[in-house]
Design a protein around this ligand. Structure first.
Ligand code: SAH
Length: 235
């Protein structure tokens, strides 16, 4: 069973976009995952085919209508479809590697992309949408966020990365950022590759990488460092 993604959007022309090249593109061509888009506007019923309206209580911008979205979701997600229903939203739970792994282990995802000021709260609640954020900044729409999420998920699907990949040492997998990487040439503008990496001593290399990962995490991500130390039973 391959991973099935359905994206509900006002801009289906943004897909597959970046997801059609490289790893994700090849994996889709190979049938490891599939992507379907649903044009939300097809579920508008008035003569102007409107999908949004002014916010209740006043204020700037427009809000996506609950009735139109509910019809689109009902179409994309028939009764009994086990896939999680996600709403890309700056108010959501942060997208983490742990959540990416969880999604990659499942049957797929139905992803609703917001536009304007966002979507009517009632559709979030009645359709049990799980709000997911890709970071603490505001995009003009959920589409780039959906592409980010799917890119992260697809690379973990079996058969996408090839056999040499374990992922165990990657950033976030161990709660740490990844160690620095080097490759040829041995001398780059007078800068050599750290001696330990060319020593052939695998134990020392592993130790060096681990120290570097700890140092980088401590310096750059105090939040991750704190969680890492806690998990180790540290201070
Ligand atoms: N008024 C809203 C922002 C709306 S931005 C607020 O202040 O919270 C329009 C749409 O872009 C959102 O509905 C959401 O689908 C998407 N979006 C914006 N920023 C995002 C983020 N950081 N992560 C995921 N989706 C985001």
């Amino acid at each position: 069973m391959s991973f099935r993604a359905t994206v509900l959007t006002l801009y289906p022309e943004m897909f597959p976009g970046a997801l059609d090249v490289s790893l994700a593109g090849r994996a889709r061509a190979a049938g490891i995952w599939s992507l379907e888009t649903v044009q939300i506007r097809d579920f508008a019923q008035d003569k102007h085919r409107s999908v949004d309206d002014t916010p209740a209580g006043g204020g700037a911008g427009m809000v996506m209508r609950a009735d139109v979205l509910a019809r689109a979701i009902g179409h994309a997600l028939p009764e009994g479809d086990p896939r999680p229903r996600l709403l890309m939203s700056p108010r959501g739970v942060p997208l983490t590697q742990a959540l990416v792994r969880q999604l990659a282990a499942g049957p797929g995802a139905v992803i609703l992309c917001g536009r304007f000021e966002g979507v009517d709260q009632r559709v979030i609640e009645t359709r049990a949408l799980q709000e997911v954020s890709i970071g603490d900044y505001v995009l003009s729409g959920g589409e780039p966020a959906a592409i980010v999420l799917l890119d992260a998920v697809v690379r973990l699907l079996p058969g996408v990365m090839g056999n040499e990949f374990s992922g165990a040492e990657e950033s976030f997998e161990s709660g740490l950022l990844e160690h620095p990487q080097y490759t040829r040439p041995q001398d780059f503008e007078g800068h050599a590759i750290p001696e330990v990496l060319t020593s052939g001593n695998h134990r020392r290399i592993a130790e060096w990488r681990h120290e570097q990962a700890e140092r980088l995490t401590r310096e750059r991500r105090p939040d991750l460092w704190l969680a890492y130390e806690k998990a180790r039973g540290g201070r």
